[in-house]
Design a protein around this ligand. Structure first.
Ligand code: 5AD
Ligand code: SF4
Length: 442
């Protein structure tokens, strides 16, 4: 392949974002250089998401735009969840694609690149039969202060709506030793925030004889010298055990935030979804968090319009939002996915009804957030500075409890504050963010 340049666009979750960092590092280690536009690239890669139909369509739209480029020396590759889900069908649907590889095959990426360079037009990495995780020393990180560490890949749950077990393969945990080595190395390189990643971090289990569970790993990562913040995502309520809250309580380096996706407030719908917990089980976990030693912000994911969700079931979700008073949430209309159990379920909810329920959830949550965010007015919070809003003359900060807190700083005419930790007094609050001014503490 002449020039060896590549362009990579990433869709989907943080797992995908971090996979892309590893893919970029691997490509660079093989002599490729990254370019900013597909037009300049010899190799055009899309790291894709298939969690909902809309996400899946994005990659096909992108590929459609480049149909005429085929045969002009450009090579196209589809990586990630759509690649795994659709497999070789992608070659039929988009004949100009030469590489189709799911995340469980990235350990073979180097080899696949060699095949592409040799002119092979149909290179695949689609096996899910793996017990390996994709650990690489070549990760090219996008952010100089906050770093992702994958601790567990794949998923062994079988939520009736979810495509992930089919796209990311079986659950496999990385050794604690390898995680700790990466955490220490990141601290030495100057990173101060670590985000532990996995489809279900709560079911982490060190495969080596030490056998640490997630709470033990979380506690140890938070003790790494130089690390000021540790976050984790994402949790499954069934595996969210009390010792995780104890680990959080015992070390404020672990951020004041729990993302605990509930999906529905109705035990009947939760059973149909095969979520393995009831509304009461979930609320017990909320109580542990609410009764903890310090306040934690709580966020969740909601799916509306799952097959069979009645008005009464939906009402229970709304009552759950009232009870829990989440700090933020992501809400989605149920989207039927290939291979999943829900695909065969009767009693589908019409699109307009899903949309109506989605709007109701979002409006209710907006009111809750306005109220909750207003509680911060007058309070001084520490932020990690993440960027700058040039037009507004504000710095962009993030609090430990995962709120965006934009603020003004009197002496910021000169150098950049990005990457520093500062105390900021909250002066205003909106539904999605806070505004404040930096303060000098004596
Ligand atoms: N339809 C709608 N939302 C979904 N999610 C997962 N699968 C689906 C689907 N088929 C949502 C869940 C999950 C979040 C990442 O995406 O709420 O927690
Ligand atoms: Fe999308 Fe799920 Fe794959 Fe992440 S794991 S990219 S959310 S389908």
């Amino acid at each position: 392949m002449p020039g060896k340049t590549f362009y990579l666009e990433t869709f989907g979750c943080q797992m995908n974002a971090h996979d892309s960092e590893k893919v970029v590092g691997t490509l660079m280690a093989q002599g490729y250089s990254q370019v900013e536009t597909p037009a300049e690239a010899h190799l055009v890669l899309y790291n894709t998401c298939s969690i909902r139909d809309k996400a899946e369509q994005k990659v096909f739209n992108r590929l459609q735009n480049f149909k005429r480029e085929a045969g002009k020396g450009k090579v196209f590759g589809v990586l990630g969840c759509v690649a795994q889900q659709e497999g070789e069908k992608i070659f039929e649907r988009a004949p100009h694609v030469s590489l189709v590889a799911g995340s469980a095959s990235y350990t073979r990426l180097g080899e696949m690149l060699v095949q592409l360079e040799a002119g092979n037009r149909h290179v695949t990495g689609l096996s899910l039969d793996t017990d390996e995780t994709f650990d690489t020393p070549f990760t090219r990180r996008d952010n100089p202060h906050r770093a992702y560490i994958t601790i567990i890949e794949g998923c062994d749950k079988s939520c009736a709506y979810c495509v992930v077990p089919f796209t990311r393969g079986p659950e496999r945990s990385r050794t604690a030793e390898s995680v700790m080595t990466e955490a220490r190395r990141l601290a030495e390189q100057g990173y101060t925030e670590i985000q532990l990643l996995g489809q279900n971090v709560n079911s982490y289990r060190d495969p080596s004889p030490a056998g640490w569970d997630f709470a033990a790993l979380l506690a140890r990562v938070a003790e790494v010298s130089g690390i000021r913040r540790v976050r984790y995502t994402t949790s499954h309520p069934r595996d969210f055990v009390r010792s995780i809250v104890d680990a959080m309580d015992s070390n404020p380096v672990i951020c004041d935030h729990v993302h605990l996706p509930v999906q529905s407030g109705s035990s009947k719908v939760l059973a149909a979804m095969d979520r393995l917990y009831t509304r009461d089980d979930y609320m017990r976990r909320i109580e542990w968090i609410r009764n903890a030693k310090r306040p934690y912000s709580l966020t969740t994911d909601i799916i509306v319009g799952f097959p069979g969700e009645t008005e009464e079931d939906f009402g229970q979700t709304l009552r759950l939002l009232d009870e829990v008073q989440y700090d933020s949430l992501f809400s989605f209309k149920y989207s039927p996915r290939p291979n999943t159990a829900a695909l065969e379920m009767g009693d589908k909810i019409p699109e307009e009804e899903k949309q109506r329920r989605l709007v109701i959830v979002q409006e209710k949550q907006r009111a809750i957030q306005i109220r909750r965010n207003a509680e911060s007015i007058g309070v001084v919070r520490e932020v990690l500075v993440e960027g700058r809003h040039q037009a507004l003359g504000q710095w962009i900060g993030r609090t430990s409890d995962n709120r965006t807190l934009n603020f003004t700083h009197p002496d910021s005419g000169g150098g950049s504050l990005v990457g520093t930790y500062l105390p900021v007094r909250v002066t205003r609050a909106g539904p999605n963010s806070l505004v404040g001014e930096s303060v000098t503490v004596v």
